[in-house]
Design a protein around this ligand. Structure first.
Ligand code: MZP
Length: 503
């Protein structure tokens, strides 16, 4: 006979935190939001940390390379979506890894006989306005000169004329020889008041470019998430169908973390995939999920040996899985049950498994409650889809600016691999996600600044300096419907909360 879990399935908004003693050391400036991503043993460190506890959903409408760059710069991690060809996904990973090694491999290169119109076309595609000119137009050929948008006037000059007539030729370019350190390169930029320093090998071939702008970016983003080669850290979603081809291509492109992306991850397919990867790529971090119950957590950790586990089924803002298939669990109940099991597993084995709460976080308070309930970090789709860096176009609806946001289980995404993990059936018979719009709210940096300020303020209230301490100190109370209403403003005329404010 069917068993029924007595406890009602609960959501984050049903809880509030009760403040703990705030000590004099509990100030925002002393708080660390660093979170482990890979499993680790008691007394050891995780092989991978993120500096802020946020990762992006592996979704077409969320996680392209621009998003990955923007989030890693703030200290978080994006999972490039896998519902695209292997080549396209690997190219996105590659783009993030190339983005900033200090020594940049240019993706906007010219031949001397390219026209100014070619320059405008490349600029439109890449957004770059400084372009090296090489003999054959490839990024590592003989360096001939450099062209920036200061060298020509788009509306005055004849756009059919060749680049060679406008570029600064090599003999007038200040460059450095390969072998120089990044620090030395930055010092040269400073001393010679330059924006860009080409690095050439002894044959005069272009090796890389160093930009003053990148140095400033680095100084302005101290939480930036970098690998041991000073490249941005990036993750990728994978599925249980084509991992034998997809994973080698992603690893080759330099991916740091993989996450098996499935609506319900309690499956032998997931175990087979995780073990296959583990055997061949022992150093790549692998996440599994999604789960909502303790036995599924144990299975992924013990049988599939994943590094971290994602919790959440049916709570996503675009998700209709619960109504279509009748599976899922309130996100707060799911997270608390799995977090309790994770702690039990740690007690028993001395191995800590980071948890990611995935989906359904509709405001900053819910993020705070998720961390208090034991999530090491949270995965969000809608939150990031609303930013400038999501890969979708801006559209105006009724005078407001929106961006499209659609579920991986919608007909638009056609990510049947996420919903059918077995090899037999392809395509959808019914949808599990919807296709909609979300308002544009600003840049990733802007929205995170506010969210992070709120989390840190709450952590001060809770007498906590780290995310782990926060969860350990958390004392939560369930609220009645009446106190939920009381939680908003009461008996005052409120100005429209969504109206723009000066910040
Ligand atoms: P949210 O942050 O927009 O509420 O939820 C994002 C999460 O929803 C994703 O990380 C993924 O787990 C889940 N998702 C993505 N597509 C669908 C769908 O089409 C979905 N049903 O549920």
């Amino acid at each position: 006979m069917a068993k029924i879990i007595e406890e009602v399935s609960r959501t984050f908004s049903e809880y509030l935190l009760i403040p703990r003693l705030t000590g004099t050391k509990h100030q925002s400036k002393n708080i660390s939001l660093r979170a482990p991503v890979a499993r680790f043993k008691k007394g050891e460190e995780s092989s991978l940390f993120i500096n802020i506890p946020f990762v992006t959903a592996s979704m077409q409408s969320v996680s392209g390379s621009d998003m990955a760059v923007a989030l890693a710069r703030q200290g978080g991690l994006a999972f490039i979506f896998c519902s695209q060809s292997i080549e396209a996904q690997a190219a996105m990973v590659d783009k993030v890894k190339l983005h900033k090694a200090g020594f940049v491999q240019s993706d906007s290169n010219l031949r001397p006989d390219n026209t100014l119109q070619d320059v405008l076309d490349i600029r439109k595609k890449t957004g770059h306005s400084t372009m090296p000119v090489t003999n054959d137009g490839s990024k590592n050929d003989l360096f001939v000169g450099i062209l920036t948008d200061k060298d020509f006037w788009e509306f005055e000059d004849d756009l059919n004329r060749p680049v060679s007539e406008f570029m600064t030729a090599k003999e007038n370019v200040f460059f450095a020889e390969a072998g120089i350190s990044l620090h030395e390169a930055n010092q040269l930029l400073r001393k010679h008041k330059k924006e860009c320093l080409p690095i050439l090998d002894s044959d005069g071939r272009l090796q890389a470019l160093v930009f003053k702008r990148d140095y400033y970016d680095h100084m302005n983003n101290p939480a930036e998430l970098l690998d041991s080669h000073k490249r941005l850290v990036v993750g990728a979603g994978i599925n249980t169908h084509d991992y034998k081809e997809r994973v080698p291509a992603l690893v080759e492109a330099g991916v740091d973390v993989l996450c098996l992306d499935a609506s319900d991850g309690y499956s032998e397919f997931q175990k087979e995939a995780a073990l296959w990867i583990r055997e061949r790529y022992p150093n790549v971090v692998i996440g599994g999920g999604n789960v909502v119950h303790t036995d599924a957590f144990r299975y992924l950790v013990e049988e599939a040996q994943v590094d971290f586990v994602k919790v959440g089924i049916g709570g996503g803002s675009i998700c209709i899985t619960r109504e279509q298939k009748g599976i899922g669990r309130g996100q707060a109940s799911a997270l608390m049950a799995v977090a309790e099991e994770r702690d039990r597993y740690y007690e028993e084995t001395g191995t800590y498994i980071p948890l990611c709460s995935d989906g359904g976080l509709s405001n900053d308070t819910q993020i705070i409650i998720a961390l208090a309930m034991g999530a090491d970090f949270v995965m969000m789709g809608r939150y990031f889809a609303m930013t400038n860096e999501s890969p979708t176009p801006r559209v105006s609806i009724g005078g407001r600016i929106y961006k499209p946001y659609w579920g991986e289980g919608s007909n638009r995404a056609k990510n049947w691999q996420r919903y059918n993990q077995g090899a037999s059936e392809t395509g959808f018979k019914f949808e599990e996600g919807i296709d909609g719009y979300v308002p544009v709210v600003g840049s990733v940096k802007e929205v995170l600044d506010v969210t992070i300020s709120k989390i840190k303020a709450t952590m001060c209230n809770m007498g906590s300096l780290t995310v782990k301490e926060f969860a350990d100190n958390a004392l939560l109370t369930r609220i009645s419907e009446q106190s939920f209403i009381e939680g908003g403003t009461s008996n005052v005329l409120s100005l429209d909360k969504d109206a723009p404010r000066e910040v």
